[in-house]
Structures are given as C-alpha cells and as structure tokens.
Design a protein around this ligand. Structure first.
Ligand SMILES: [Ca+2]
Length: 191
C-alpha cells in the first residue's frame, strides 16, 4: 500500500504535505461551526505544529458534536480516469491539555456520515499521542471513482479547550479505471 495523502502541518499549512499521483487532497477544513480551527504550537507535542480544533460553546459530548456540526474534514478525489482503493486512515490525536472529557469521532461520506469509524474520549495529552488506525479495507472503500470525505467531530468541556491532531495519513492504491463494456456491444461479438 502507498501513502495517498500525508498531512504533517509543517510550516503551518493545512494542505497535504504529500499527495500521490492520480488524486487530489483538500486542505483540512473547518466545517464552519468550530470555535477555532488552525495549526498551532505550545501544547507539548514533539511534532508541532499540529491541528488545534476548538469545539463551539456547549459541545461537551459526542452526540452534541454531531448535532452541532462540530467537525473538520478533508476530501480525497481521484483524478479523471483513476480509481481509488483505500487501506487505512492513520493519525495521532490527543487533548490540548489536561481537562476532560475531550473526544474525537470520525465518519465518512461513504454512508452519508451515519456510522462511526472511530469514536472515543481521548485518554492522552501532550506529549503522549493516542495513535489511531482505521481499517478501510472493506468493500465500501474500494473502487472509488468519486470524491470521499472524512469528518473529524470534536467535543470538549469549554471552547477554550482544543482537540489536537497530527500526521493524518490516508493509505491505499490508485489504479487506472477500466472502461466498462456495455452489454449492448455483445451482439457484435456474437454476430
Ligand atoms: Ca506536525
């Protein structure tokens, strides 16, 4: 498997650090509802800068994060004539400080953001990351010829608390799409 997209936030950019041939990756992007969303330093992570995401006021649980659109997202889009098969989504996540609970829930556009790929209160804060690896080898993540989006929902006790993330890596493979043969052509073969 190859690294399709890597985000390390080096230089404080939210754009991909590395993008494989055959696809494009969006920036890590605020839903528009977060209280603040930016790269930052000062939370004791060795790999700073990292993402620092602040949920809106009152978003203190996973359920409230969903109903209040408290998330950031990124999109992977295969180029024309290409097909994506995904393998995994890996990242480091943690609380920006000691206060709890702060959590992260990850969903995808494959099921219209209905099911959790990951959901937990984060047990660690700087400098100790929680390593997350999501298996995307299932059939619903193969043969993608259209964009797929991943959402990262966050919650925290107050909107001065951040949920931090770094080294977001999407792995898989890019192949050439094979043109489908229409059944209408079969009579020519058999004529
Ligand atoms: Ca980093």
């Amino acid at each position: 498997m190859a690294n399709l997209l890597i985000y390390t936030f080096t230089g404080n950019t939210l754009n991909p650090t590395t993008t494989a041939e055959g696809l494009t990756g969006s920036a890590q992007t605020d839903s528009g509802s977060l209280d603040n969303f930016a790269t930052g330093t000062g939370n004791d992570w060795v790999s700073e800068p990292t993402i620092q995401a602040k949920p809106p006021t009152g978003v203190t649980t996973a359920a409230l994060a969903v109903t209040n659109n408290s998330y950031w997202y990124f999109t992977a889009t295969p180029n024309a004539g290409k097909v994506l098969g995904l393998a995994a989504l890996n990242l480091n996540a943690g609380r920006g400080g000691s206060s709890v609970p702060r959590g992260l829930k990850i969903r995808s556009s494959i099921d219209s953001y209905a099911g959790d790929l990951y959901s937990a209160n984060l047990a660690t804060y700087g400098p100790t990351w929680t390593a997350i690896s999501i298996d995307l080898s299932g059939v619903s993540f193969q043969g993608l010829t259209a964009a797929i989006t991943f959402r990262f929902y966050v919650w925290a006790p107050t909107n001065s608390n951040t949920v931090d993330a770094d080294d977001i890596i999407l792995t898989g493979a890019v192949a050439d799409a094979v043109a489908a043969v229409s059944p209408n052509f079969l009579p020519f073969f058999w004529a």
